[in-house]
Design a protein around this ligand. Sequence first.
Ligand SMILES: *Cc1c(COP(=O)(O)O)cnc(C)c1O
Length: 396
Amino acid sequence: MDMKEYIEEAESALLHTYNRYQIVLDRGEGVHLYDIEGKEYLDFCAGIAVFALGYHNREYNDALKSQIDKLIHTSNYYYNVPAIEAAKSLKKASGMDRVFFTNSGAEAVEGAVKAARKYAYLKDGRTDHEIIAMNHSFHGRTMGALAVTGNPKYREAFEPLIGNIRFADLNDFESVERQVTDRTCAIILETVQGEGGMVPAAEEFLKSVRALCDERDILLILDEIQCGMGRTGYMFAWQKYGIKPDIMTTAKALGCGVPIGAFLMTEKVGQNSLVAGDHGTTYGGNPLACAAAQKVLELFEKNRIIENVREVAPYLEKRLEELKDRHGCIVERRGTGLMQGLKFDRPVGEYISRALEKGLILINAGADIIRFVPPLIITKDDVNRMIDILDGCIGS
Ligand SMILES: *Cc1c(COP(=O)(O)O)cnc(C)c1O
């Protein structure tokens, strides 16, 4: 079948929940993807901030292959070595104390919310606790994760979601304070908002929220699913701010393509929240997914991934600023590290389609922002090639 025929098959078989670009991808190599007709694309999407190590990483692939031949799944009735090793590595990378593995980001958020509610329940026995979340946030598509996602468009048709969620504005501490009541059990936010437009939390804001949480024994949940795993030049974005969450979530780049997420907590929360029988998953923490995560964490260190982000990110930022100065339709550059956005004064869909034709994969974040979340192994040359192509797609 050729590409057009495959796409017709897809449209007749799959539920129409995605507006897909009209290409069928076949394989990847480093920072490049190839469609089934052999056309090469420079990839600045990385499977939505997932493929940090780049495609076809030999050591990663070999680790997966050997785990497949050993053991793929066991269930959580038993221990398995990859999960033990991955948990240990993740604790070391994050400084958190307890790990629960999930299969996706949304599930990590679900678990985080359940842990927070249980913590509050054990304290006062009430069942009407509230959670404060941010406007323009994104935490996933399951009912619980959707309930804390600050985008009414994603939520409305699926109401009622879990109740007692109040929304405040990121980087407006007073708006958070206004939502606090004696029933508030948690504040959840992305350390850098992704889908909502590549907006980092301000240091002052985060520190104030942390202090508020300490004062009122409210749990701070940081969603690091997109901004974590090295993307901002720190293993987890909050590590830059000198604060620490009580609970954090990770996923996307954790498995570099194999579906795995996790929520992590401090010992204080670990000892006073979820116990046997409270939470579980059949697949979560299975040997194959954990072997992937373990190898990813190992290769992050070995290949000096974070060092590369710190070297290339300022250059990407500079080139994006220059692009902005050349084109009046670009209003603002946003973001941090290799998590950048360009905000336009118009919809960006047309630019992204043109870029795709010219062999560059980009995605949006909202209608008017182009999002740059490349594999973390990109070089300055890759940045130059991306800028050259995009420059030609924008016109003046
Ligand atoms: C992608 C994302 C999620 C949801 O992860 P899934 O694996 O798609 O369920 C949650 N939070 C943030 C910040 C994300 O970027």
